[in-house]
Design a protein around this ligand. Structure first.
Ligand code: AR6
Length: 174
C-alpha cells in the first residue's frame, strides 16, 4: 500500500492533490487554510465561493469535501477542501466518526477527479482542537481501508511538526 509520511508544509507537497483543513462556513482562515490560500492566490477563494451553501450557510459541511483547482500551488492540480469537526463545539467521541468521514470524503474526491496521489494535513488537530495523539489512528485506518479498494492512489500524511511526525510514525509502524 502506498502510504507515507512527509515532513513539512502542505503547500510544498509534491502530490497531485493537497487537502485543505477548511471551515464549513468561512472561506480562508488560519493554519493550513491560511497557508493554502496564500500559496494558491486569490483565485482559490473565488472558486470556493462558487459552491452552493446549505440552509446552515455551509459551503462544505463538516465531514464532506469540495474540490477546486490548485491555482498557484505547484505541482498539485487540485485542492480538496474538507471541514473537520471542531472539538471546541463537540466532544472527542462525537468528533471521531466525523474526522473519519473527512478522510474518506477526500479520498473519494481524489479518485473522482483522477488524482494519483493525495497529501493530508492533520485535519482538526490545530485550531479545532482534536487530540494530536488520537488523530493518526483514524487517518491511517481510513487510508488503509480505502487503498485496499483503490490501490492506484498514493496517500501522504503531511506532518508539520516533530510531534505530528512521531504520532504518525508510531501508528504506521514505520
Ligand atoms: N502545513 C501542514 N500542516 C500545517 C500547516 C501547514 N502549513 N499549518 C498548520 N499545520 P489547522 P484545523 C498543522 O489549525 O484544526 C482554520 O482557521 C497544525 O499543526 O490548520 O482543522 C480553518 O479556516 C495542525 O496539526 O486546522 C478552520 O476554521 C494541523 O495542521 C480551522 O482553522 C491542522 O491545524 C480548522 O482547524
Amino acid at each position: 500500500m502506498k502510504i507515507r509520511i512527509e515532513r513539512g508544509d502542505i503547500t510544498k507537497m509534491e502530490t497531485e492533490a493537497v487537502v485543505n483543513a477548511a471551515n464549513a462556513v468561512f472561506i480562508g482562515g488560519g493554519g493550513v487554510d491560511g497557508a493554502i490560500h496564500r500559496a494558491a492566490g486569490p483565485e482559490l477563494a473565488k472558486a470556493c465561493a462558487k459552491f452552493p451553501r446549505n440552509k446552515a450557510g455551509e459551503w462544505c459541511p463538516t465531514g464532506e469535501a469540495r474540490t477546486t483547482p490548485a491555482f498557484g500551488i505547484k505541482p498539485a492540480k487540485w485542492v480538496i477542501h474538507t471541514a473537520g469537526p471542531d472539538c471546541r463545539e463537540m466532544g472527542v467521541e462525537e468528533a471521531k466518526p466525523l474526522l473519519a468521514k473527512c478522510y474518506r470524503s477526500c479520498m473519494e474526491e481524489a479518485v473522482k477527479v483522477g488524482a494519483k496521489s493525495i497529501a493530508f494535513p492533520a485535519i482538526s488537530t490545530g485550531i479545532f482542537g482534536f487530540p494530536k495523539e488520537l488523530a493518526p489512528a483514524i487517518a491511517v485506518k481510513e487510508a488503509r481501508a480505502f487503498l485496499a479498494a483503490h490501490p492506484e492512489l498514493e496517500v501522504v500524511f503531511c506532518c508539520f511538526g516533530e510531534r505530528d511526525a512521531a504520532c504518525y510514525t508510531a501508528e504506521l509502524g514505520a
